[in-house]
Design a protein around this ligand. Sequence first.
Ligand code: NAG
Ligand code: NAG
Ligand code: NAG
Length: 399
Amino acid sequence: MANTCGFTNQATLMLLLLSWRGMHCKVDPPEDLVITDLGHLGQLEIKWSPPASLINKTECPQQYQLEYFNTYKNRWTGIRTSERSYSAQFDLMKEVKVRVYTLLSGPCTSGSLVKSTNYTEVIQKPPATGVEGTAIKEFICVYHNMEYVTCNWKRSSKMPATAEQNLYYWHKGLEQTEECPKYIISNNIKIGCDFSGINLPDFSDITFCVNGSSPEGRLKPIYTTLQIQNHVKPQTVEKLDLQTDPGTELELQWKSPAGRVPAHCLEWEIEASREGLDGKNTLQQILTDEPELTLPIHDNERSCVRVRSKMNKYCADKYFWSDWSPPTCYPEMKSTLPEAEQDMVSVYAYMAVAIITTLALCVCVWAGLKARRSREVKKLNSVFTTLLDKNPAVADRGI
Ligand SMILES: *[C@@H]1O[C@H](CO)[C@@H](O)[C@H](O)[C@H]1NC(C)=O
Ligand SMILES: *[C@@H]1O[C@H](CO)[C@@H](O)[C@H](O)[C@H]1NC(C)=O
Ligand SMILES: *[C@@H]1O[C@H](CO)[C@@H](O)[C@H](O)[C@H]1NC(C)=O
């Protein structure tokens, strides 16, 4: 029987050899390690071949231990596989470092798993990286109420004014890298990308690249990989419903925003500011899982509350707070009245306005008429006076 380690089996030494051979087998590292960039923004394909010395050893199961420097976690990541290829995400702005070991088991090693002492390694320098200091800054993607994604960025100070920027993205569902479907433009400059209408998958790595060119050369590109469920910004709560148990409690209720965000994924923050008679303000923040809350109230105090939400830790690793709802206060004249009463108030207001307008009109018309009449009377008087002055006889005839 052929044997990797050059030993002949001997029944008497069998037991002893089993462990001894396992430790002293020399296993070669894999060969032809190649890293291929398929243009998927850093998703690289790693391929290798078994060592020539093991090609005909089909009776010995081979595995491989692949290690690569994970630039996102800043440490080595290792996996074991019986395949001869593997795909991993790399940051193309950094050095790519990959090592592969051979692992052998089966009759060739008497059953124990033996790892090659050496590894095959490939180190790739980052490709041409562009003019230093021209990379965009603060690249932020927001998944608005889980309905659509927008990504925004800021220019760096060294970026030439005439620089042209572009965004590309890729995820496993795409055959090839795509360009931004609709740029967000401000003052003729691209400042973001609007993905509304584009179905980006959640729980899947999506890589974005913003690169560009300028008369002075290529801009330094940036690469970002993220999962959009970690970038949700829930919709703003429009209205807080407020009920009071006079003098003791304030019962708050609000609606979870409609849309794709599951209600059980939301966590709420309520901010209550209380103003006492002395004008002193106290601020209180409360977190809750339910869209309701009861707050104690005190006499001679005015409370204003507002609410905002975020994804909880069971649904996402990261989050954005929603905007604050408009504040609702108690006591307050109008907004604390139930809707029916508010309607009555408006009706009364309209009636009052109507009555006042009518009265004012009447007064105007009356005043106008009166003015006209007195003018006519005056005119008549003056006609008479003139007549009488010119023709005293008329007066004598007693008209
Ligand atoms: C493997 O076996 C084939 C035939 O079975 C032979 O042609 C080849 O040279 C062998 N390769 C090695 C590396 O021993
Ligand atoms: C391991 O392999 C590298 C080449 O990949 C070689 O330079 C080095 O000498 C080897 N080390 C040992 C201990 O065999
Ligand atoms: C930007 O990246 C895309 C996608 O990788 C590439 O096709 C394009 O040529 C790059 N543009 C520049 C100016 O580097």
